[in-house]
Design a protein around this ligand. Structure first.
Ligand SMILES: Cc1cc2nc3c(=O)[nH]c(=O)nc-3n(C[C@H](O)[C@H](O)[C@H](O)COP(=O)(O)OP(=O)(O)OC[C@H]3O[C@@H](n4cnc5c(N)ncnc54)[C@H](O)[C@@H]3O)c2cc1C
Length: 389
C-alpha cells in the first residue's frame, strides 16, 4: 500500500513526486511514455513558472532568455523591450525529463512505460490498474494532462466546446543565427488569427515553435487557419503539425473526491487568456502532494483533503477566473479591444508589469478604466507602429 500514487510524469506529476519524496511519504509515479518524450507546447516559462519550480534550471535546459514581446493585431504591431526577463524558452522534452529527474532524486518509485487504465475508490484505499499490474494507495493524484479520461473518476464528463481551446503546433528547424536575427530575445504573438486565441512564433534553439490556439467552439477549420498562419509568416514547406486540447481555466470544476485529486491540465488549471499552464501544473502538483503528506504524516482527517481545493483557489484560482474574464472581454469585441490595446504602447507595458510580473488583473483593469474606454470610437484609435516583420 503506497501513501500516494501519481498518474503522469509531466510538470504536475513530477512536481508532486518531488514534494512527496521530500516529505518522506511512500510514493509511486506511473507514466505511460518512456522519457524523454515529445510534448506539444510553446515551451515558454513565465517568471511566475520559474518561481514555482523552487530550483534553478540548468543552462542545458534553457534555450532562450526573452525580454521582448512583439504583438500584432491585423495590420497593427507594437513591441516592448523590458529590462527584466519576460520568459525562458525550453524544449519540453528536456524540461520535463529534468523535472522527472528532480522527483527521482528524492527516492520515489517511478515506472515509465506503464499506462494507468483505471482507478477506483474502495473502503479505505484506491485501487489503480495499469497495463502491467495493479497497485493500492491511500491517495491518488491524477496528473494525466488534458486528454486523459481518468479525471472522470472525480468529476462528471462534461466536455462543452466552450470549455477548452484547440491548439496546433509545429517545430520548424532553422539556423540559429537566422532565428536570433529575426527574433532577438523576442516572442511574437499575433491576435486576430484564430477566434478566441492567437498565433505564436517562439524562437527556440535551432527551431521555431509556431502555433495557433483558439476556442474549440469557434475554431472550425484549425488546419487551414494553421496553414494560413504559416504562409503569412514566411514558413513554406511540409511541416509536421500536431494538435492538442487545452482546458480553459477559471471555470469551476470538481478537483477532489474523498481519496483522489486532480492537478495541472487534468484539473483545468490553464490561463484562458495566454494559454499558460506549466506554472499551474507545477504549483497544483506541489500543493496536492503537500496536502496528502500532511494527512498521512499527521494523521489528519480525510476531509482535510478539501484544503487542496481552497489552497489552489487562493494561490492562483482567482487569478485564472479574472484571466478568463479578460479573455471574454477582449475576444467579444476583438476589433475594438485589440486595436485599442495596440494603439498605445503603455497598455502592453502595463499588462507586462501588472499582470505578467505582479500578477494582478485588478490593478490593470482599474488603470485601464481610469485611462481608456473600450467605447472609444475606432476613428480615434491610431496605430503607432507599422507591422514589423
Ligand atoms: C500547443 C500547446 C502549447 C502550449 N504552450 C505553453 C507554453 O508556452 N507555456 C505554458 O506554460 N503552457 C503551455 N501549454 C500548456 C502546457 O503544455 C500544459 O498546461 C502542461 O503541460 C500541463 O502539465 P501537466 O503535467 O498537467 O500535463 P502534461 O504535461 O500533459 O503531462 C501529463 C503526463 O501524463 C501522462 N499520462 C497521460 N495519461 C496517462 C495514463 N493513463 N497513465 C500514465 N501516464 C499518463 C502523459 O504521457 C504525460 O507525460 C501549451 C499547451 C499546448 C497544447
Amino acid at each position: 500500500m503506497y501513501d500516494l500514487i501519481i498518474v503522469g510524469g509531466g510538470p504536475s506529476g513530477a512536481s508532486a513526486g518531488r514534494v512527496a519524496g521530500e516529505a518522506g511519504i511512500s510514493t509511486l509515479l506511473l507514466e505511460k511514455e518512456n522519457f524523454p518524450r515529445y510534448k506539444p507546447c510553446g515551451g515558454a516559462l513565465s517568471p511566475y513558472s520559474l518561481s514555482c519550480l523552487g530550483f534553478e534550471l540548468p543552462e542545458s535546459v534553457v534555450e532562450r532568455d526573452i525580454s521582448k514581446v512583439r504583438v500584432h493585431y491585423r495590420e497593427l504591431c507594437t513591441e516592448r523591450q523590458k529590462d527584466y526577463r519576460l520568459s525562458l524558452l525550453v524544449s519540453r522534452k528536456a524540461f520535463d525529463n529534468f523535472l522527472l529527474d528532480k522527483a527521482r532524486e528524492t527516492g520515489i518509485d517511478i515506472h515509465l512505460g506503464e499506462k494507468v487504465l483505471g482507478c477506483e475508490e474502495r473502503e479505505g484505499f484506491v485501487e489503480v490498474k495499469t497495463s502491467q499490474n495493479s497497485y493500492l494507495a491511500k491517495f491518488v493524484l491524477i496528473a494525466e494532462g488534458s486528454c486523459g479520461m481518468l479525471k472522470y473518476a472525480v468529476r462528471q464528463q462534461r466536455d462543452r466546446r466552450t470549455e477548452y481551446d484547440l491548439a496546433l503546433v509545429s517545430e520548424i528547424p532553422e539556423e540559429d543565427e537566422i532565428i536570433r536575427n529575426r527574433f532577438p530575445e523576442t516572442i511574437d504573438i499575433q491576435f486576430g488569427v484564430a477566434s478566441g486565441g492567437y498565433g505564436w512564433i517562439f524562437p527556440h534553439k535551432g527551431y521555431y515553435s509556431v502555433g495557433i490556439v483558439g476556442t474549440a467552439e469557434h475554431l472550425k477549420h484549425p488546419k487551414s487557419v494553421m496553414q494560413d498562419f504559416l504562409q503569412a509568416n514566411g514558413f513554406s514547406g511540409e511541416f509536421q503539425v500536431r494538435s492538442h486540447i487545452i482546458p480553459l481555466g477559471g471555470i469551476k470544476r470538481k478537483i477532489v473526491s474523498s481519496r483522489i485529486l486532480l492537478s495541472g491540465d487534468a484539473a483545468g488549471f490553464v490561463d484562458a487568456f495566454i494559454g499558460e499552464g506549466i506554472a499551474y501544473a507545477v504549483r497544483s502538483g506541489q500543493i496536492a502532494a503537500e496536502t496528502v503528506a500532511d494527512i498521512v504524516l499527521y494523521s489528519r482527517k480525510l476531509s482535510d483533503l478539501k484544503e487542496y481545493e481552497a489552497r489552489c483557489r487562493k494561490e492562483f484560482g482567482n487569478f485564472l477566473v479574472s484571466s478568463l474574464k479578460l479573455e471574454k472581454i477582449m475576444h467579444r469585441f476583438p476589433d475594438t479591444s485589440f486595436r485599442l490595446a495596440l494603439s498605445r504602447k503603455e497598455i502592453l507595458d502595463k499588462y507586462l508589469d501588472d499582470v505578467v510580473i505582479n500578477r494582478s488583473h485588478k490593478d490593470y483593469i482599474r488603470w485601464l478604466l481610469l485611462n481608456f474606454s473600450l467605447a472609444e470610437p475606432a476613428s480615434k484609435i491610431k496605430s503607432i507602429t507599422e507591422k514589423n516583420r
